[in-house]
Design a protein around this ligand. Structure first.
Ligand code: ADP
Ligand code: MG
Length: 366
C-alpha cells in the first residue's frame, strides 16, 4: 500500500478544455478515498491521471516515494476497475484473472496460487471455469475486482464500478468492497457520483465540482460541517434546504430575515456571523432539523403541506411558506394526522443551521 499525493494537478484536453484546475490532495497509506461529485466534474479525469491513462498537464502526482508523471501505467503499481468490467469474453474467469500475470511471464504455480487466493476472497471459486457471459452482473463485477487483486497493487483505482448493477446488488457489493478494503488494507481511490456510496464507503471523501476540490473530509464532518453551499447541497438526501435571506439585527439578537419571516440565531452562531449583518446570505437547514411545532419551541414558520412522502420509518414533508418550498423529515408516527393542503406551524432548529455568504458561498457560521 502506498500514499498518493497530488500537487497542483491540472488537465487541459487537446481541444483546449481545462478539465482540472489545480488539485492538491494527499491520500494516506491504506486509506479508502472517495471522489464524488456531479457528472462531468472531472472525477474520472483525475483518477485516470493517477493511473497514467491520461497525461498530466501540470503539477505532480506521487505514488509511494516516486513522482509518476512520466511513468507508464504498468509501472505505477496500480490496478484499475472500470464501470464496464472489460472482461475478455472468450476467456474463462480463471484466464481473465490470470491474464496480467501471464503477460508478466510469472511462473504457472504462482499464477494459480494468486488466482485461487483472490477467488477465495471474492467467493467466486466455483465460477473459475465459466465464461463472462455465463455470469450475473455482480459476479462479473467480482471477477473484474479479482483481476485487480491478483496484481498485488500498491493502489486500487475504481471508476464507478457499481453503476451497472441494480440497486439491491449495489448495496451488497458496496459492503463487499468495504470488507475487501478492511481485509487487504490497500490504498483505494473510488470514484462515484452517488453520495450514498461515498458516505458509506469512504474513510474520507473528496467532493469535487467543475474540476476543483470543494472539500475533503470524513463523511460525518462533510455532513455536519460543510465548508460551502455546494457541499451542503450535494451531501445528504433529501438535500439541505438552502434559502436566500439577509442577516439582520433584531433587538439584542442576530437574525435571518427570509421574506417577511425573522428567525433569531442562537447567541453563539450570531457571534460568528455578526460582522456580516446587512448582507445577503443563504440559510442552510437540513430537513431533520425542521419539524411539526410542539409546545414552546422557538423559530416557527407557518406553511401549507404540499406533499407527504411516507418512507415507513420517517416521513418527508414538502411544504410552502410564503414563496418558499421547504422540506422536513420527521418520525413517521408524528405524521399520522398530517394532511396535504392543511396549514401547520413548523419549528426550525436554528442551533443546527448553517449560514453561507451569498457571493462566495463559503460557510461563515462554522
Ligand atoms: P466525471 O468523471 O466527473 O463525470 P470526466 O472526468 O469524465 O468527468 O470529465 C470532466 C470534463 O472533461 C467534462 O466536462 C468532459 O466533457 C471533459 N472531457 C472528458 N474527456 C475529454 C476529452 N477527451 N476531450 C475533451 N474534454 C474531455
Ligand atoms: Mg466519470
Amino acid at each position: 500500500m502506498s500514499k498518493v499525493v497530488l500537487e497542483g494537478v491540472e488537465k487541459v484536453y487537446s481541444n483546449g478544455f481545462k478539465a482540472v484546475h489545480g488539485i492538491d490532495l494527499s491520500i494516506k497509506n491504506g486509506e479508502f478515498m472517495v471522489f464524488v461529485g456531479p457528472s462531468g466534474c472531472a472525477k474520472s479525469t483525475t483518477l485516470r491521471m493517477v493511473a497514467g491513462l491520461e497525461e498530466i498537464s501540470g503539477g505532480t502526482i506521487t505514488i509511494g516515494e516516486k513522482v509518476v508523471n512520466n511513468i507508464p501505467p504498468k509501472d505505477r503499481g496500480i490496478a484499475m476497475v472500470f464501470q464496464n468490467y472489460a472482461l475478455y469474453p472468450h476467456m474463462s474467469v480463471y484466464d481473465n484473472m490470470a491474464f496480467s500475470l501471464k503477460m508478466k511471464k510469472k511462473p504457472k504455480r504462482e499464477i494459480e496460487k494468486k488466482v485461487r487466493e483472490a477467488a477465495k476472497i471474492l467467493d467466486i471459486e466455483s465460477l473459475l471455469d465459466r465464461k463472462p457471459k455465463q455470469l450475473s452482473g455482480g459476479q462479473r463485477q467480482r471477477v473484474a475486482v479479482g483481476r485487480a487483486i491478483v496484481r498485488d497493487p500498491e493502489v486500487f483505482l475504481f471508476d464507478e464500478p457499481l453503476s451497472n448493477l441494480d440497486a439491491k446488488l449495489r448495496v451488497h457489493m458496496r459492503v463487499q468492497l468495504s470488507q475487501l478494503h478492511k481485509k487487504l488494507k490497500t490504498t483505494m481511490i473510488y470514484v462515484t457520483h452517488d453520495q450514498v456510496e461515498a458516505m458509506t464507503m469512504g474513510d474520507r471523501i473528496c467532493v469535487m465540482n467543475l474540476g476543483r476540490i470543494m472539500q475533503v473530509d470524513t463523511p460525518l464532518n462533510l455532513y455536519h460541517y460543510p465548508a460551502n453551499k455546494f457541499v451542503a447541497g450535494f451531501i445528504g438526501s433529501p438535500a439541505m434546504n438552502l434559502i436566500e435571506g439577509e442577516l439582520i439585527k433584531n433587538n439584542a439578537n442576530i437574525a435571518v430575515k427570509i421574506g417577511g419571516m425573522v428567525l433569531n440565531l442562537p447567541i453563539k452562531k450570531g457571534e460568528k456571523v455578526k460582522k456580516h449583518v446587512g448582507k445577503k446570505i443563504w440559510l442552510g437547514i437540513r430537513p431533520e432539523y425542521i419539524g411539526i411545532q410542539k409546545d414552546d419551541m422557538k423559530a416557527a414558520v407557518n406553511g401549507t403541506i404540499d406533499v407527504l412522502e411516507h418512507m415507513g420509518n420517517e416521513t418527508f414533508i414538502y411544504f410552502s411558506a410564503e414563496d418558499l418550498q421547504i422540506n422536513a423529515r420527521i418520525n413517521s408516527l408524528d405524521s399520522k394526522d398530517l394532511m396535504v393542503g392543511k396549514k401547520h406551524d413548523f419549528f426550525i432548529n436554528m442551533e443546527s443551521c448553517h449560514i453561507f455568504d451569498y457571493d462566495s458561498e463559503e460557510n461563515i457560521s462554522l
